[in-house]
Design a protein around this ligand. Structure first.
Ligand code: SF4
Length: 352
């Protein structure tokens, strides 16, 4: 008996989805990894004309404010300080320059590398940049707890972490939004669980936690279409091989042991209440903001850059006058072209 190939399954889902979608539907992929997966697998070409996908504010590098990048640059230029960061961050433009141009910046692959750097350079202050959502925040929290246990006095974290729900709420509060549903992030949800999104039950949109393979995404889109047609706003878990209902309570516990909610500035979007994670006062010795008395910085976005609108699903990269001309991955103007998960980078790489 013939069992369907992957291509045949995707094709069947594409046809089923087209049959179900009886009105125009716009979905948002919230997470940058989905942005890249959707582009790489050509998912948009498999959708009927009345179903579209836009990107959302889930690329960690893209939503890090230019003011926060300026604070990181100033730390990198401070004598006796080493800034430890994941590689994506060093090319993101601040006001006039990138973090990579600062004097003392070291690319690391894990928060543990930053701890080791602090142990091996006791005469330097090591500042780890805390970037990312609920996926990476528990790792940063664990690094702070380890530094606390060891009494490491030359290790701090500049927390620029963000959490997903307030951004979704902001999107839903926009009366002009035409969003019909969210493709919820797979990695974040592995930590938070599906129940984290139960607040969406009372919203006007449908939502589904999705994996990253073509079949995962097509199945999730099919489920989204069905839920929209049925007016069902209960968040669906279509990634149960990785995501549990309750997520990873230990990781969430570690995260909230060290961090507490705070208002946070999102690049191109502005301040979203309770959308950031600040280091609790119990761990203030590991907070770079307090150690170095870092002030908030307001930095204007590059002229003409539409990253803010793109991150809110209100513009597409080719609507930006810089796209592919004065802004390319080699010479990026805005963060959405820098990050490997950025929408502009995806459009450029996959010729969308
Ligand atoms: S193409 Fe460049 S300048 Fe335009 S929105 Fe994207 S990142 Fe910003």
């Amino acid at each position: 008996m013939h069992s369907a190939t992957l291509k045949e399954k995707v094709s069947l889902l594409s046809m089923a989805l087209a049959t179900e979608a009886r009105r125009p539907l716009t979905f948002m992929e919230v997470c940058g990894t989905h942005t890249m997966a959707i582009a790489r697998h050509g998912i948009k070409s498999l959708l009927p004309e009345n179903v579209s996908i836009v990107s959302g504010p889930g690329c960690p590098v893209c939503v890090t404010s230019a003011g926060d990048i300026e604070r990181a640059i100033s730390l990198g230029d401070t004598p006796g300080v080493i800034v430890a960061t994941f590689g994506d961050m060093i090319k993101v433009p601040g006001e006039e320059r990138t973090l990579g141009s600062a004097a003392n910046v070291k690319v690391i692959y894990s928060p543990l590398d930053a701890l080791e750097l602090a142990r091996s350079t006791p005469d330097k202050q090591v500042v780890l940049l805390g970037i990312g959502f609920e996926t990476t925040a528990p790792l940063m929290a664990a690094a702070i707890l380890q530094a606390h246990r060891e009494g490491l006095s030359n290790f701090t974290v500049l927390s620029m972490h963000k959490v997903v729900p307030p951004a979704l709420q902001l999107l839903l509060s926009d009366p002009t939004s035409r969003l019909s549903g969210f493709i919820l992030p797979g990695h974040v949800s592995a930590i938070t669980g599906r129940i984290y999104y139960d607040f969406l039950k009372d919203s006007r949109v449908s939502s589904v936690v999705a994996g990253f393979e073509p079949l995962d995404i097509m199945e999730s889109l099919y489920l989204l279409v069905k839920a929209c047609m049925a007016g069902d706003s209960r968040p669906i878990n279509n990634y149960p091989r990785i995501v549990r209902e309750e997520g990873n309570p230990k990781a969430m516990g570690t995260m909230f042991q060290v961090f507490e909610p705070c208002d946070a500035s999102w690049r191109g979007i502005g301040t979203i209440p309770a959308s950031g994670l600040a280091i609790r006062s119990e761990y203030k010795d590991f907070d770079a903001v307090r150690r170095f008395d870092l002030a908030e910085r307001e930095v204007p976005e590059p002229a003409g850059c539409l990253c803010g609108a793109i991150l809110m699903g209100k513009a597409l990269p080719d609507q930006c006058r810089h796209f592919g001309k004065t802004c390319t991955p080699s010479f990026p103007v805005g963060p959405c072209m820098v990050s490997t998960e950025g929408t502009c980078a995806a459009w450029f790489k996959y010729n969308l």
